[in-house]
Ligand binder design. Structure first.
Ligand SMILES: Nc1ncnc2c1ncn2[C@@H]1O[C@H](COP(=O)(O)OP(=O)(O)O)[C@@H](O)[C@H]1O
Ligand SMILES: [Mg+2]
Length: 292
């Protein structure tokens, strides 16, 4: 996930989303700090398209999922520490309403071990805490994470191994990667798709670059993706079966300049809507197409 600091949204009320007939649930989390600054934009675009949306917390025990025509997973950003509970919820909700993206997609996508199975170029990754390759600098992160949580950057191979071992002993799968300096030069490119159709792309600044570490300091700017990035993102999505209402493909360039997948966000991506005029309307149109 990539939450950006932004405007404070209205709080999600407990009672929202009950007995709403043919409305669509905008699935969020308790969000006490109002991090989801895209919610009102999306709900307004849905309303414009004739879709009545209601914000509902995924973990609201009173939510009546069967009363919704569909439930669209959006800002469920607290799932990282509760992933088993979250994926169990996704399967349960999918039995009661149309869950988008679908539950199997969400289950697979919330654990970055999916990167091993896509058959496309990904950031080089060593998956165990022993026998680390010799790299100038390391990034060590857990396979289940968001917002660079529990992620370190270090030039010290022993420290990298220790962090990986600590993740492992906590029952988590460590991912050890070379630190890619290109994320500082050209940034990370996030390509956003609605209904599998390209909508817009942003270039994002590095998250692990010393002075401005952390998700709230990431800067973004709209930019046209290069042909090789569009081609790779297309190949990534072609490998995912099922309905995809939204997708964000995060790419970086390796030392040789070739694009590689950093992360495929099919669960709860921040969508950079306010950077791209018309993008919320495209999301609404894609939802409408899937519902009819
Ligand atoms: N190998 C790497 N080299 C450079 N920066 C990295 C690397 N891995 C992660 N980062 C930085 O950390 C951020 C978060 O990592 P990511 O793998 O996207 O996980 P998540 O967004 O789920 O926390 C990236 O957006 C990027 O800025
Ligand atoms: Mg990411």
């Amino acid at each position: 996930m990539s939450a950006l600091a932004g405007t404070v949204g209205t709080p999600v009320r407990e009672a929202e989303g009950r007995g709403m007939g043919s409305s669509v649930a905008y699935v969020t989390f308790a969000d006490p700090d109002g991090h989801d600054d895209e919610r009102e934009t999306v709900l307004a675009a849905w309303a414009e398209a004739g879709i009545a949306g209601r914000a509902v917390r995924w973990d609201d025990p009173e939510a009546d999922w069967g009363s919704f025509q569909a439930a669209v997973v959006r800002s469920t950003w607290d799932y990282v520490r509760r992933r088993a509970e979250f994926t169990a919820w996704a399967h349960r909700a999918a039995g009661l309403t149309r869950l988008l993206n679908p539950a199997p997609v969400i289950e697979r996508n919330t654990d970055k071990t999916y990167l091993r199975e896509l058959g496309v170029p990904v950031v080089p990754t060593h998956w165990t805490d022993t026998g680390l390759p010799l790299w100038d600098e390391y990034v060590v992160k857990p396979a289940i994470s968001a917002g660079a949580r529990d992620t370190i950057r270090t030039a010290d191979r022993e420290e990298a191994a220790r962090h990986a071992a600590a993740l492992r002993s906590g029952g988590r799968t460590p991912m050890i990667q070379p630190y890619l300096p290109m994320v500082e030069a050209e940034g990370e490119t996030s390509l956003v798709y609605f209904g599998r159709v390209f909508s817009h792309a942003v270039r994002r600044s590095a998250m692990l670059s010393g002075s401005a570490a952390g998700v709230d300091n990431v800067r973004a700017a709209l930019r046209d993706p290069a042909p090789d990035q569009l081609e790779l993102a297309g190949r990534v999505l072609a490998g995912i079966p099922g309905d995809l209402l939204y997708a964000r493909v995060d790419l970086v360039r390796l030392a040789g300049g070739e694009p590689a997948l950093m992360e495929l966000e099919l669960t709860e991506p921040y969508l950079y809507l306010r950077w791209a005029p018309g993008s919320a309307d495209r999301l609404a149109a894609a939802l409408k197409a899937l519902l009819t």
